[in-house]
Design a protein around this ligand. Structure first.
Ligand SMILES: [Zn+2]
Length: 171
């Protein structure tokens, strides 16, 4: 059952039920590198995230140290996967990492946006490299970190932290 379709990115996505509740799916074939959607919502601080989380489910997208986007639909519906077919570039643009077929669910790796030591999530995705517990970027295996950095799908503030840590460990 289709719940809602969106007119963003030339009707390339729709929301539907999936194993994780609701998910975002490709409404047509999407090519590798194509923009799927842009995350939108109010920019809020960590304090606001925590206040919100006490009252209701909060699903913010971290975009800097202490800065988040309180993301709206459809972006907030995109699920995590340990072998994702999409990733975030330029802070809030979701692009396809591979060719995605019509009807396929769209996922990104939540760890590419997390550096706060506050939040973990149990993962039951189908990937053979499923990490089971999803944590901040710096907990990823080094090879996966490098792969994501090379793809340019890690939030800028995390790339800065990563480079700083690497300099410290080399000196
Ligand atoms: Zn997983």
């Amino acid at each position: 059952m289709k719940i809602k379709s969106f007119n963003t990115a030339f009707l390339s996505i729709y929301i539907d039920r999936c194993d994780f509740g609701r998910g975002v799916f490709a409404a047509r074939n999407i090519s590798k590198g194509e923009v799927i959607l842009t995350f939108t919502g109010k920019v809020i601080s960590l304090t606001e995230v925590l206040t919100k989380a006490e009252k209701e489910a909060a699903n913010p997208l971290q975009i800097d140290i202490n800065t988040y986007i309180d993301i709206e639909e459809p972006g907030v519906i995109v699920n995590h996967h340990c072998h994702p077919n999409a990733g975030i570039v330029n802070t809030k643009t979701l692009i396809a990492l591979t060719d995605i077929s019509k009807g396929e669910e769209i996922f990104y790796d939540y760890s590419t946006t997390m550096s706060e030591n506050l939040w973990t999530m149990v993962c039951g995705c189908s990937a053979s490299n499923c990490r089971k517990i999803i944590k901040d970027f710096h907990y990823l295996p080094d090879s996966l970190k490098e792969q994501y950095l090379e793809l340019g799908i890690v939030q800028n503030f995390i790339v800065r932290e990563h480079n700083l840590n690497r300099e410290v460990s080399l000196s």
